[in-house]
Design a protein around this ligand. Sequence first.
Ligand SMILES: C[S@@+](CC[C@H](N)C(=O)[O-])C[C@H]1O[C@@H](n2cnc3c(N)ncnc32)[C@H](O)[C@@H]1O
Length: 220
Amino acid sequence: MEKSFWIKNWKKNNIGFHNSEYNELLLKHFNSFTLEQSAKVLVPLCGKSLDLIWLATQGHHVTGVEVSPLAVENFFSENNFKFNSSVEEKFKRFSCQGPSLDILEGDFFDLNKEVLGRINFIYDRAAIVALPPDLRKKYTEVITSILTPGDQMLLVAMEYEFPELIGPPFPVFEHDIRAYYEKNFSIKILEEIVKEVDHPRFTEAGVKLWSRKIYKLVRI
Ligand SMILES: C[S@@+](CC[C@H](N)C(=O)[O-])C[C@H]1O[C@@H](n2cnc3c(N)ncnc32)[C@H](O)[C@@H]1O
């Protein structure tokens, strides 16, 4: 998806993906991972997710990456957090004066290790599935390059059958996840949840069921 697509959707408040509570799957599965207290967490394509706050309250330092300036502005104003800001390469860094978290405002595909620093854990919720297939391989290459052996990732992917592209969210099947990541990660499915579709754009198109697979990946 073009960046302009997301920036426009944020301006129109077209953000059905946003949860006004912590994500239940994160809360349920986070203890399947072993993280040092000082671990550094990355949330790619973070929107204004409250999960950034939850992860920071677990004692970790969290970095979110988000292209929409409005999403970043909303995150800080809606949570009454003050911040300091600075420019780093192609990003604007917002460092929260409350919980231990930063948001890098800019394009995920401009990330590099200098801007990001060491990362030990990635939380991918509504990130890989937000990207159309032509961007996804590049996304997974950046993710792979960020982590070093032993680092971990919690990934939530959607699966549904439909002959055309009607995302986001786009379906990312287990065979896709394996094709992108199996060479560099051990992959375990923590849970699969199959549900009737409750999203009008998808029900109107005739998609009846979709499933979410929750993965634990460990960099090898
Ligand atoms: C489906 S939303 C998910 C947001 C968040 N992960 C959540 O769970 O609420 C995808 C987000 O990715 C952002 N985004 C899309 N492309 C991006 C890019 N290339 N770089 C950084 N952020 C991007 C969008 O603005 C949007 O906020």
